[in-house]
Each structure stands twice: as structure tokens, then as C-alpha cells.
Design a protein around this ligand. Structure first.
Ligand SMILES: *Cc1c(COP(=O)(O)O)cnc(C)c1O
Length: 221
């Protein structure tokens, strides 16, 4: 997160990624979340200058440091939390983010509900599903997903907007993407946040409505 990294001209890169998304989307509307974790504010400003307004960060504190000042000149920024959220940061997260993509357990739901009540604001929420049932990954286990999604819909109503998942690495992600989309269909949830730099076209073909792209936009981390 240093500010002395060279800042590439992002306009061409963003246009290229957008063109790839558009080709894969075949007329559907796909949201592009530019994942700016570890990248300096100057890189984010370069992306904004190129018309990108939706960003994803995986840590509350890093996001607050970088985006709180940017919110002043750029009021229409749309900031997503895509990393695990600790309950003790729920209040900061509710105040900072427009969409929290990593709701995955009842204790976090409690903390978010309390924070939302106190602050009088509630971001859009996505339930993160551990779609590969991997021990090291965050997200609600597949066997518990239906019950958890129903409970979150009952609790948060329309603020529960969709599902997010990160498939296992090193295997074809398509079956996992399709399962996530089927779950979202089953629950009538409009947002399906799947697909990253290496597989966003596959995710779109499988029914993604929102992709989270970092390195293909900003370079490696
Ligand atoms: C880092 C990250 C991304 C972006 O990954 P790239 O491969 O750099 O596009 C997407 N989603 C989540 C949850 C991430 O942590």
C-alpha cells in the first residue's frame, strides 16, 4: 500500500477488461468490481479517472484509510468488502461499505444488525458460500447454506441482495459457479458475485452478475 509504486495508465486496461466482459455477457448487464487491495490511492484515482466507480477491498482498515478521503471528491464511489469481516469491525464496515459480500455466520449477522440499528444505515449484503467446502476458506458450508440464506432474508429483507463465492483453485471453476448461481436462483437473489482475473469470462458464462477483478486491472500484487 505504498504510494511510490509506478502508476500505469489504467484507461486502456480498464477498457480492455470491460470489452472482454461485454463479449462474455452477450447483452447482459455485468457489474465490474475493481479489486484495489494493496494498491495505492493513486492507482484508485487513475481508475476513477477512467470511469471506474466500483471498488473492492478485503480489509476494513486499509479500505478506510484509502477511501474515506476519496469519498469527499467522489461521492458516488461504490465500495465493496470482499474479505472476511470480524464482528468487532462490524460498525466500521457498516459505515464505510456500500456492499458487504462476506456475510457467512450468525454471529456476524448479529453484529451487523446491531451496528446497522445504532448507525441507522445498512449496506447491501451478500452471503458468502464456501462453495468448495474447503476447510481453509471462509463462507457458509454448502449443507448449511439454504437455512442460513433463508434466515438472512428473514432478518435483513431486501438488503440481502445475493451470493458470493470463491471456487477452489487448480480445478475447473465452472461447476462451482453453476452451483452458486443455482442457489441464488432458488432463493430469488439477483446478485451473483463470482469470477476473478483468471476466470471472469467463465463465471459470466455460468451466470455471474458481478465479477471481482484485481490483478488484470492493477497488475500483480
Ligand atoms: C483478491 C480478490 C479478488 C481479485 O483477485 P484477482 O485474481 O487479482 O482478480 C477477488 N475476490 C476476492 C474475494 C479477493 O480476495
Amino acid at each position: 500500500m505504498t504510494d511510490d509504486q509506478p502508476i500505469p495508465d489504467l484507461a486502456a486496461t480498464i477498457a480492455e477488461v470491460r470489452a472482454r466482459i461485454e463479449r462474455a455477457a452477450a447483452g447482459r448487464e455485468i457489474g465490474l468490481v475493481a479489486v484495489s487491495k494493496t494498491k495505492p490511492v493513486a492507482a484508485i484515482e487513475a481508475a476513477i479517472a477512467a470511469g471506474q466507480l466500483v471498488f473492492g477491498e478485503n480489509r476494513v482498515q486499509e479500505a478506510a484509510l484509502k477511501f474515506t478521503p476519496l469519498r469527499i471528491p467522489y461521492a458516488t464511489l461504490d465500495l465493496h468488502l470482499i474479505g472476511p469481516l470480524q464482528t468487532n469491525k462490524a460498525r466500521d464496515a457498516v459505515l464505510l461499505f456500500d456492499q458487504i459480500e462476506t456475510l457467512d455466520r450468525p454471529k456476524l449477522a448479529d453484529a451487523l444488525a446491531t451496528a446497522a440499528e445504532r448507525e441507522g444505515t445498512l449496506p447491501n449484503l451478500l452471503v458468502q458460500v464456501n462453495i468448495g467446502d474447503e476447510a481453509q476458506k471462509a463462507g457458509v458450508a454448502r449443507a448449511e447454506a439454504d437455512g442460513f440464506i433463508r434466515a438472512m432474508r428473514a432478518r435483513f429483507g431486501e438488503a440481502l441482495r445475493g451470493l458470493m463465492a470463491i471456487p477452489p483453485v487448480g480445478v475447473d471453476p465452472a461447476p462451482y459457479f453453476r452451483d452458486l448461481v443455482a442457489m441464488a436462483d432458488h432463493h430469488g437473489l439477483p446478485i451473483r458475485s463470482i469470477g476473478m482475473s483468471g476466470d471472469f469470462e467463465t463465471a459470466i458464462a455460468c451466470g455471474a452478475t458481478q465479477v471481482r477483478v484485481g490483478s488484470a486491472l492493477f497488475g500483480g500484487r
